[in-house]
Design a protein around this ligand. Structure first.
Ligand SMILES: *Cc1c(COP(=O)(O)O)cnc(C)c1O
Length: 353
């Protein structure tokens, strides 16, 4: 495996005091390496965090050939630092890479790059309850060229951001509505790749939802606009009449690692979990029949995000009296317990730095 050169800053920044928020503060260092066709990935190094210089014609600016990942480093009670299922992120990034014609990165090297950078900036992993160090690996196409074709050069960069607790005031249910005008992704498109372009297409809906007092939108399938897909940066689950239902990964849905972990836990606990097509009409009917017991989103940022109110058309459905359901709470406690080292990791999900 290639050696990662480390060039430490001689001007470390002051650590933040007060609320961290999300993704606004960056640490002292970043990881960077380049790809050149014929040579492969080369020159891996950790350098002081700083702006990068790119040619204005760099392909990423014009055709959005870009992929990213998101994971966290957690501070445990004894002061040690750990990651949650980082190989899942490494492998997913390679699947995204394949979809966008970006060269793959050896998963072992990927995890080594992440853990070496976290080790260098370990003092930036916050200690307060619910806080963590968000890790953002990404690859950009850098060929200075306006022709539409895969770039021959790339940069793989990892940056780190200490982030606050998603639920500063405790786990609280969100309000979402079903988006009926715009769609996020279509089958055969890039919806199952973690690509920045997917987000560019979603910002308009996000803006409208916030202006209406909702936190996010729930996307429907791009073909019939009937079937539920996912929410913003979260996969979505419904507890209907004792069973748990989540949309099947049909190609336009991002395969979340929190989603996968949630399904594994639910099955361990004896729940019947159905991964299948689920229409908005079915959810509405279940709610009317009093069978929609819980609804929640899953994702690295919030882990489990209970939904207290779902708007379908002009019908507002209140779920579990707008309160956190017992299953959502149990999943949240278990997943965050494993991530912060408070609950025994019987599934080998934790990766120690
Ligand atoms: C990253 C992401 C998710 C959640 O994935 P996790 O691995 O659980 O964090 C869900 N949907 C979209 C669109 C995403 O980009």
């Amino acid at each position: 495996m290639q050696e990662i050169k480390i060039y430490k800053t001689d001007a470390p920044k002051a650590k933040p005091t007060g609320a961290l928020g999300f993704g606004k503060i960056f640490t002292d260092h970043m990881f960077i390496m380049e790809y050149t066709a014929g040579q492969g990935w080369h020159d891996p190094r950790i350098v002081p965090y700083a702006p990068i210089e790119l040619d204005p014609s760099a392909m990423v600016f014009h055709y959005a050939q870009e992929i990213f990942e998101g994971l966290k480093a957690y501070r445990t009670k004894d002061g040690s630092i750990q990651l949650f299922r980082p190989y899942e992120n490494a492998n997913r990034m390679n699947r995204s890479a394949d979809r966008l014609c970006i060269p793959e990165i050896d998963p072992d090297f990927w995890v080594k790059a992440v853990s070496t950078l976290v080790e260098v900036d370990k003092d930036w992993v916050p200690y307060e309850e619910g806080t963590s160090l968000y890790i953002r690996p990404f690859v950009i196409a850098t060929d200075p060229m306006l022709g539409v074709h895969p770039s021959k050069t790339y940069k793989f960069i990892i940056i780190l951001s200490p982030v606050g607790s998603y639920y500063a005031g405790g786990l609280s249910p969100v309000r979402i509505y079903i988006e009926t005008k715009f769609v996020r992704a279509v089958r055969g498109g890039t919806g199952e790749a973690k690509a920045g372009g997917n987000y560019a297409a979603s910002i308009k809906s996000q803006e409208v939802s916030e202006s209406l007092g909702f936190s996010q939108v729930l996307w429907l399938d791009g073909v019939e606009q009937k079937y539920i897909e996912e929410v913003g940066a979260m996969n979505v689950f419904f507890k209907i009449d004792g069973k748990v239902v989540t949309p099947a990964l049909v190609g336009s849905i991002l395969p979340g690692i929190t989603r996968k972990s949630t399904i594994e836990l639910l099955k361990d606990w004896g729940y019947e979990v159905e991964e299948r097509r689920l229409s908005a009409a079915e959810v509405e009917e279940a709610a009317k029949a009093g069978k929609l017991e819980e609804m929640f989103g899953t994702g690295t940022a919030a882990v489990i995000s209970p939904v207290g109110l779902l708007r379908i058309g002009d019908v507002d459905i209140t779920i579990n009296n707008g309160e956190i359901g017992p299953l959502s709470q149990k999943l949240y406690d278990t997943l965050t317990g494993i991530q912060w080292g408070r609950v025994e990791d019987t599934k080998n999900w934790v990766y120690k730095i």
